[in-house]
Ligand binder design. Structure first.
Ligand code: S3P
Length: 173
């Protein structure tokens, strides 16, 4: 079986949904940000602080490229992983790309108390979220399927993904 790759903005539930989805499907689970943290022994915030975003993007691309031999795995990516076309190409090679989406206000409510997202430590995080989503929308739209997560619980999102995958296999999508 192909991998299932979750892409989408910060705070759309990629991690929690990814873990639950993997359990339901009997798949392995891999989180790209956690792989980077394991490889470096640093948190994502520390990497941004000490090495900068561009070096973080290199590490992200390396961690994604290292997934190329995997199958039967749910892979959660960081919200900016879509920015490099080589990442999308690699993930698509043996995976179905599913984008989780949510309104900026919903995302803001979910992440406003989190200190672990360096790009949102700004004066006006809601505005930052709006701007980044606007910039990234064309990349997120390249997914095989988009799930709107506003108002849905993680288990409802998992149900929706599983139903859509079944639909894809039967050629209904
Ligand atoms: C980022 C999203 C984060 C993490 C890093 C950069 C982004 O992952 O990779 O802070 O550029 O959107 P999550 O989407 O899991 O929060």
């Amino acid at each position: 079986m192909k991998n299932i790759v979750l892409i989408g903005f910060m705070g759309t539930g990629k991690t929690i949904v990814g873990k639950q989805l993997a359990k339901r499907l009997g798949f392995n689970y891999l989180d790209i940000d956690r792989e980077i943290e394991k490889n470096t022994g640093m948190t994502i915030s520390e990497i941004f602080q000490t090495q900068g975003e561009s070096r973080f993007r290199d590490m992200e691309a390396e961690a994604i490229s290292a997934t190329s031999g995997l199958s039967n795995t749910v892979i959660s990516t960081g919200g900016g992983a879509v920015l490099r076309s080589e990442n999308l190409r690699c993930l698509r090679e043996n995976g179905i790309l599913i984008c989780l989406s949510a309104k900026p206000e919903t995302i803001y409510e979910r992440v406003r108390h989190s200190k672990s997202r360096p790009l949102l430590q700004t004066e006006d995080p809601l505005n930052t979220i709006r701007q980044l989503i606007n910039q990234r929308e064309p990349y997120y739209r390249q997914a095989d399927m988009v799930v709107e997560t506003d108002g849905l619980s993680p288990s409802q999102i998992v149900d929706e993904i599983i139903n859509s995958i079944k639909g894809m296999k039967h050629g209904n999508s």
